[in-house]
Design a protein around this ligand. Sequence first.
Ligand code: FAD
Length: 500
Amino acid sequence: MKSYDHIVVGAGISGLTLSLLLAMNGKKVLLLEKGARIGGSLNRFYKESVPFDTGFHFTGGFARGGILTDMLHVLGIGEQIKPVFLNAPGSGLFIFEKDNLTYDMPSGTDRFRLKLHEYFPKETQGIDEYFSRVKKVYASTVSLDLRKIGLSAETLEEDYQSLQSVLDSLTADRHLQGLLSVFCVCYGVKPKEVSFASHARVSGGLFESVARIENGGEAFIRAFSGSFKQTGIEIICNASIVECANIKNDTVGEFVLNNGEVIKADHCTFTIHPQEIIKILPREHLRKAFLERVASFETSNGFFAVSAIAEGADPQQFGPSIASLLPDTDINALLDPDLKGDGALAVIRSVETGKDGKKYCVVNAFEPEFYHNLEQWSDSSVGRRPRDYYEYKTKKVKRIGERFRQIYPQYRDNFKVLDAASVLTFRDYLFSPEGNAYGIKQKMGQFNLFGKLPLVNIYVAGQSAVLPGIVGAMLSSFIVARNLVGKENFNRFIEGELAN
Ligand SMILES: Cc1cc2nc3c(=O)[nH]c(=O)nc-3n(C[C@H](O)[C@H](O)[C@H](O)COP(=O)(O)OP(=O)(O)OC[C@H]3O[C@@H](n4cnc5c(N)ncnc54)[C@H](O)[C@@H]3O)c2cc1C
């Protein structure tokens, strides 16, 4: 029987990060991935030789001394991940469509704040108060400093205040409220459901800098793959755990894989959707209250995605940029599953190199979409969906094309859609139960699974644990690694790598 120090389940950014951290600390690691290849939401796909991103498109955390820069440095792959900052004028547009109002917002927290002063001269006090609170939360969140990360982050007053309540106390201007809560769409929780602290932990990095990565998520996959070879991490794809066996004193001794193989490991960490984890764990070792808690978790939205190109557009003039189209100033309404009409739409432009070596002007557009609205087609699988599902998709693609042409009339005649995906597509490709973009919502009053589970050698990390997005997913793995490797050893390791 093969034997390991650690099994890591799921090879998205969380599983990749955790596996490498453990191996760098001398552990023997097996990484299991249900899909045919590693990478999860980092993977790209190609249509007519043009590369498109599946999940990950842009991130914060790359500013000087930023958390993402630090994490990549510790992992020894910083040199291979090249950020492309979105800081040219016009690269961060927020458009309230009904009111025909466009805000061109710069990168950098202070520049963003001062630009808001120009747009809302009567609201400067509320604006300053908002940013000083964002900065306070960001600075006092221990997990955002790799030297101090711990499983139990310090709780702040702002962990118990909703973003909406803070906004209401600062301004009554609905456009300003919309702009100060727009990043909720980047993690899928309504302003009235999310704590100000969670909002600040994600948005703090996005205000500071927004960047795409050269070659998208594939750059991460290549970098990790290289380091895996050097550190001897073993990977099995098309693999998952179907049973936990030989359990003594609430400790799992053996793990049975879908191919029948039985593996011994001292620890196993799941980086997959919590509701999928529960299906694998032995029920008789879990309390009813625990199972009920997991069953009640509210999942985040997914996205309807359109992958397109602007044919014949000049790559020199094309992005990178993100335009956020907002049909309403109330972000709560835009994240409501029962919303009628258009949703918020993120239009991401970038220039990508195709498989044929040519430069393409690429457009990725995303609109929040909710699984329960597509439930009538949930029994179907990729390539085998009923006709009315395709009619639904065609209608959505047409409407998103109209909205794109409205803001970019110069590409009116050369906007060419190459593919489209719904939450059902994401569900089937990423093995996430409802095609959610961010797993379980990080909302007030919901205590997500993180760290050690009731079984003593089973842990949880991943995007549903502490914060969504790739930064949150990686952070959760750093925190769990610290627990698994031991605080002292891990701190020494972090200090050593950061000093390199
Ligand atoms: C459309 C979309 C757009 C997004 N845009 C951004 C963005 O621009 N910026 C950003 O930061 N974040 C974005 N996100 C979110 C981001 O992609 C995720 O937060 C992050 O990649 C999650 O990483 P993860 O490792 O936790 O999960 P995943 O990437 O989902 O990886 C989980 C892995 O586990 C595997 N798996 C599942 N079940 C099992 C099992 N039983 N056994 C073994 N393996 C299993 C899956 O196949 C997958 O490879 C987006 C997500 C989506 C869907």
